[in-house]
Structure formats: C-alpha cells, structure tokens
Write a protein that binds this ligand. Structure first.
Ligand SMILES: Cc1cc2nc3c(=O)[nH]c(=O)nc-3n(C[C@H](O)[C@H](O)[C@H](O)COP(=O)(O)OP(=O)(O)OC[C@H]3O[C@@H](n4cnc5c(N)ncnc54)[C@H](O)[C@@H]3O)c2cc1C
Length: 330
C-alpha cells in the first residue's frame, strides 16, 4: 500500500507517523513544501517576541522524520493530482503514484481587500518569522490589523520587543467571538494599561508604504505611522488543489466523518478540511484528525466525532478564564 501525504504541518506529519506506527509495512511519502520538517506554527509569536529560540520551534527535523521510515520529499509543491490515474504531480517534475492520497495542506493567512495590503504583511510561516525578525530590530512603531486571538498574540510579541503597538479591530471590541462585552472591556483595560493603542470599530482603508515606513489610514481619518504592519485577519483553508481535481469544496475541502472527500481514496485533514460544516483552524484539532484518520485507514476505528475545542490566548499574565470570572464578580 502506497500512501502519499501532501503537507507537512501537524496534520500531515502526525498522520504519517501514526500510520507508520500502526502499519509499518505501508509505504508513506510526505511532501514537505517548506523543507523544515515539522515545526510549531502556533509558537511562532514566541520566537517573534524573542522568548523562544528558533531552534526550539522544530519538533521533528527532516532527518528525524526520515528516521521514522517516512519518505520525505522536501522543498517541493504538490501541483495537481489525477484521481482517475491516482497520481500526484510535483513541482520538480515528478509524478507519484498512490493508493491513497491525504491532503493536509493547511491554510493561508487571509489578505483582506485593503489598498496596499501585501502578503509579506501576514505572519504564518517560519519564512514569515525570518522576514519580521529582520525588521523588529529597528522598528519603533507597529500596527497590527485584527484584534482576534492571533492578532493579539502578534501584538504582544512586538510589544515584548519594546515596539509601540496599535491594534486595529473592525468590530467595536477585542475578541468578540470569545468574550462578552463586559469581558472584552476588562481585556481592553489590560492592553491599554500596558501601553497599547486600541483603534476599535475602525476599518482600515489603505496602507501607504514609503521607504520602509507605512501609514495605515483608518475610516475615521486616523493615520497610524508604522515601521511595521502585521495583518492578522483570519485564515483561508487551502482548497484549490482539491477543487481542480474535482473534489467538493466549500470554505474547506468537504469530508465526512471518515475524512473521505468526494473523490475516491482521497482524504483531507487539518486546517484545509471542513467537517460537519466546520473548519477548525486549531493545532489540536488537526492532530486529533490525523490520528483518527491513521486509525481509520488501519481499521482500528470506523469514524471520528470532533470534540468541542476551547481556543486560548497565549499571552503571559492574561488568562481568558480569569477575565470571565472577574467579569462575573464585577
Ligand atoms: C501564529 C499562529 C499561532 C497559532 N496559535 C494557535 C494556538 O494557540 N492554538 C491552536 O490550536 N492553534 C493555533 N494556531 C493554528 C495552528 O497552528 C493550525 O491550526 C495548525 O498548524 C494546522 O495544521 P495543518 O497541518 O492542518 O496545517 P499547516 O500547519 O498550515 O500545514 C500545512 C502545510 O502544507 C503545506 N502546503 C500547502 N500547500 C501545499 C502544496 N500544494 N504542496 C505541498 N505542501 C503544501 C504548507 O506549506 C504547510 O507547510 C496558530 C497559527 C498561527 C499561524
């Protein structure tokens, strides 16, 4: 049996490792486009803050991954696949035959339709970390567009570097998805006390860049002069490869409770998959799905029901549960 897995994030890597554990004789090829093996995407802000050395992000290097008996194909992209011929075409010209194909392609950072917004302003990969690290050393001011969990973590990382940070949020309060109005107020107090500027209920109209300095123009006429702009406006599951091959996609690649797409012997897991109407966008969800798929393919379980996950905010000294309790007692 030949299984090809496209994408070496936590979903793809975990599926490969678990399958090798359960079915050692299965031939597993893992396509690692970024070429670092598995790294902790969710801890990238800590390295941006300077509190976690970059080397500590690596959870399984290419060498360690290969030593598990997984055939790692590094630095190449899966370009297309033919579900009839069961072949996957790679950017280096190779074509890989498979019996089963697992799509673990993750998500891209969303780029909102703002004049002047560039992909280089988003933060999702180790490559993005290198780009921002080269800028934080000289930056004195920064604007983070997006007051969700990732936006706040990115803002905190820059604040840790001694940079004056403004956070722009379209909604009238921070974390509107996670907190009530009263809870958001308490959170906002903490950010204001720490010296952040909050621009809430404000739309970004344009980002004008001139010789390394940007002016972020808001709909109330405010202009934020920023040495650095980080856009944290959510994610976009990677679906094009599946769509081009004829798979049913919505926001994510549609799968059932066995992670089967609408194409035979093609599965999807992690941030790129939509299960029961939900695209999770969470590390633990991607890992749970990967383990469950490996068990399904090895006939150890028949299906997967997703638990309810509670995302947290990873900023030292700020615990959402404590804020919730404080709001109740106020
Ligand atoms: C800054 C940050 C902080 C986060 N914090 C948290 C947190 O606190 N808690 C939490 O639960 N989650 C968090 N997340 C989300 C979490 O990291 C993701 O849910 C998780 O990484 C998803 O794993 P994945 O394997 O599905 O996708 P990804 O990690 O996106 O991996 C997919 C891989 O597939 C590759 N790929 C894409 N297209 C192709 C192709 N055509 N060919 C080959 N390879 C391809 C990509 O380059 C990527 O390497 C955070 C994310 C970010 C960016």
């Amino acid at each position: 049996m030949k299984i090809v897995i496209a994408g070496c994030g936590v979903a793809g890597f975990t599926a490969a490792k678990k399958l090798k554990e359960l079915e050692p004789q299965t031939e597993i090829t893992l396509i690692d486009r970024e070429g670092y093996g598995l790294y902790s995407r969710m801890r990238l802000p800590e390295s941006l803050a300077g509190t976690l050395p970059e080397t500590k992000l690596i959870l399984s290097s290419p060498e360690a991954t290969a030593s598990l008996g997984i055939q790692l194909v590094s630095g190449v992209t899966a370009l297309s696949f033919d579900p009839g011929a069961r072949t996957l075409q790679l950017s280096d010209g190779r074509s890989l035959a498979y019996d089963k194909l697992i799509l673990a392609l993750g998500a891209d950072a969303s780029l909102p339709q703002i004049e002047g917004a560039e992909p280089s302003m988003t933060f999702r990969t180790l490559g993005d970390l290198h780009h921002f690290l080269s800028e934080v050393r000289t930056a004195q001011t920064a604007t983070v567009i997006g007051g969700g969990l990732l936006g706040l973590e990115n803002a905190h990382a820059l604040h840790e570097r001694g940079i004056r940070v403004s956070i722009v949020e379209f909604m009238p309060r921070l974390l509107p998805k996670q907190l009530t109005e009263k809870e958001s107020e308490l959170l906002q107090e903490k950010f204001l006390e720490a010296g952040y500027q909050l621009c809430l209920g404000r739309k970004t109209l344009a980002i004008h860049s001139d010789q390394g300095v940007s002016s972020v123009e808001l709909d109330d006429g405010t202009v934020l002069r920023s040495d650095l702009v980080v856009i944290s406006a959510g994610i976009r599951p990677v679906t094009q490869l599946a769509k081009d091959a004829g798979a049913a996609v919505d926001r994510g690649i549609l799968v059932n409770t066995r992670f089967e797409t609408s194409l035979q012997d093609v599965y999807a897991i992690g941030d790129c998959a939509q299960i029961g109407g939900v695209t999770y966008g969470l590390w633990i969800a991607a890992k749970d799905q990967a383990i469950a798929l490996a068990e399904i393919l090895a006939n150890r379980r028949s299906s997967f029901e997703s638990p309810v996950y509670q995302p947290s905010l990873k900023i030292p000294g700020i615990k959402l549960n404590e804020i919730r309790m404080a709001a109740q007692n106020k």
